[in-house]
Design a protein around this ligand. Structure first.
Ligand code: SAM
Length: 367
């Protein structure tokens, strides 16, 4: 029992199994025992995994240059000069990306910077304190909201973005019972002081639209993950966008068909600790990262249902290369390009590093 935080042990020791999604939410974001609440670095060389931000400031600098171009173009540029323009970031964690973006804009676009409100959507009080410390130099320019509907006072003119937010949201994990041709859900229960998997009735039908021919050949135990939390988050985010504003995310993931590939019968959930994938999703709760691929078909559909249109769905390589291409052709103002920029750019875009696994979805409110 010593290995399992009290909160998780008690949630998993009720009469019924705890749906994996609830276990994951507690293991990652519980204010008492959550992985993302622990003081030490979880991201970067001394942590458990890298993000594009750990590569260096270039990721934030390229985004800042692109954001500036969007904010300085119509229709946003046509808004009255006294009206603020917004950059809203969710999942900012230690606010390193915010720092890179704000520093770049302050130095390279001072006029735009002076009318900018940078909002961070952060439900956690502890992380907000970390972020306030990291952004002390930008006091007065940064504001916080605990949920997306509160950001930019509910009317966002600008860009709402996140790097690896959706792939950290809690997923439901379903299994296929081939003999009965039904889905069950994987839950978690406490047995002899250990967390173990338990089958339970599904919280919802994960694939009402799946063709019967496909279900007919699905192997017994095939795993399918669904993340209603990410879809609801995206829908809510799309709702606060004013005309001409954009919604952007960078995450691991793929299209709906990628989740049905026969070579991936065990789903996409993974645990990481000290840069190594861990064999057991249930061990060390609160001390290892848990992440699952984002289903971009479903995220995109959530945005479309909320009235935004898709501008881009691409790899990180494609997205960042288009920004850099405009810089190299002189269409987008940037500082002189150095060998250090090239080094970081290669890591961010090389298919064997971060370039192919990360996908980018960009949607926009037209009217
Ligand atoms: C993988 S980390 C993000 C990494 C960071 N953006 C970077 O680029 O280095 C995911 C972060 O999102 C936070 N998070 C999870 N759900 C959230 C939500 N609904 N709103 C805001 N942040 C959330 C997590 O607690 C964690 O701090």
């Amino acid at each position: 029992m010593a290995e399992i935080p009290e909160k998780i042990a008690s949630a998993a020791s009720g009469g019924k199994p705890l749906p994996f999604a609830q276990f994951m939410a507690l293991a990652l974001d519980c204010p008492v025992c959550g992985y993302y609440e622990k003081e030490g670095d979880s991201i970067g060389r001394h942590g458990d995994f890298y993000t594009s931000v750990s590569v260096g400031p270039l990721f934030g600098q390229l985004l800042a240059a692109q954001f500036a171009a969007w904010l300085e173009a119509p229709p946003l540029a046509a808004s009255p000069p006294e009206a603020p323009l917004h950059l809203v970031e969710a999942g900012a964690h230690r606010a390193l990306l915010a720092r890179d973006i704000l520093s770049w804009l302050q130095h390279h676009r001072p006029k735009l910077f002076s009318r900018l409100e940078y909002w961070i959507v952060e439900p956690s009080a502890r992380k907000r304190t970390w972020q306030e410390g990291a952004l002390a130099a930008f006091q007065g320019r940064v504001r916080w909201a605990s949920h997306v509907g509160q950001a930019a006072d509910g009317g966002l003119r600008g860009v709402l973005f996140a790097n690896e937010l959706l792939d950290a949201m809690p997923v439901h994990r379903f299994g296929w019972d081939a003999s009965r041709r039904v889905w069950f859900e994987w839950g978690v229960t406490l047995q002899d002081d250990r967390l173990v998997w338990a089958r339970m009735a599904p919280s919802f039908d994960p694939a009402p639209e799946a063709p019967p021919e496909l279900l007919g050949v699905l192997p017994d135990g095939f795993i399918l993950e669904r993340c209603p939390a990410a879809e609801a988050w995206w829908r809510g985010a799309a709702t606060v966008l004013q005309t001409g504003s954009r919604l952007l995310t960078f995450d691991y993931g793929g299209r709906e068909e990628d989740f049905w590939r026969p070579e991936r019968p065990f789903g996409t959930l993974r645990a990481f600790r000290r840069h190594r994938q861990q064999p057991d999703l249930l061990s060390n709760p609160g001390r290892q990262d848990l992440t699952a691929d984002v289903n971009f078909s479903r995220i995109e559909a959530a945005g479309l249902a909320a009235g935004v249109t898709t501008e881009t769905f691409s790899t990180q390589q494609g997205f960042l290369t288009r920004i850099a291409g405009r810089i190299w052709e002189g269409q987008l103002a940037f500082e002189p390009w150095t060998t250090e920029h090239t080094r970081q750019f290669q890591t961010l875009t090389h298919p064997e590093h971060l370039g192919r696994a990360f996908r980018v979805l960009l949607q926009r409110r037209e009217t």
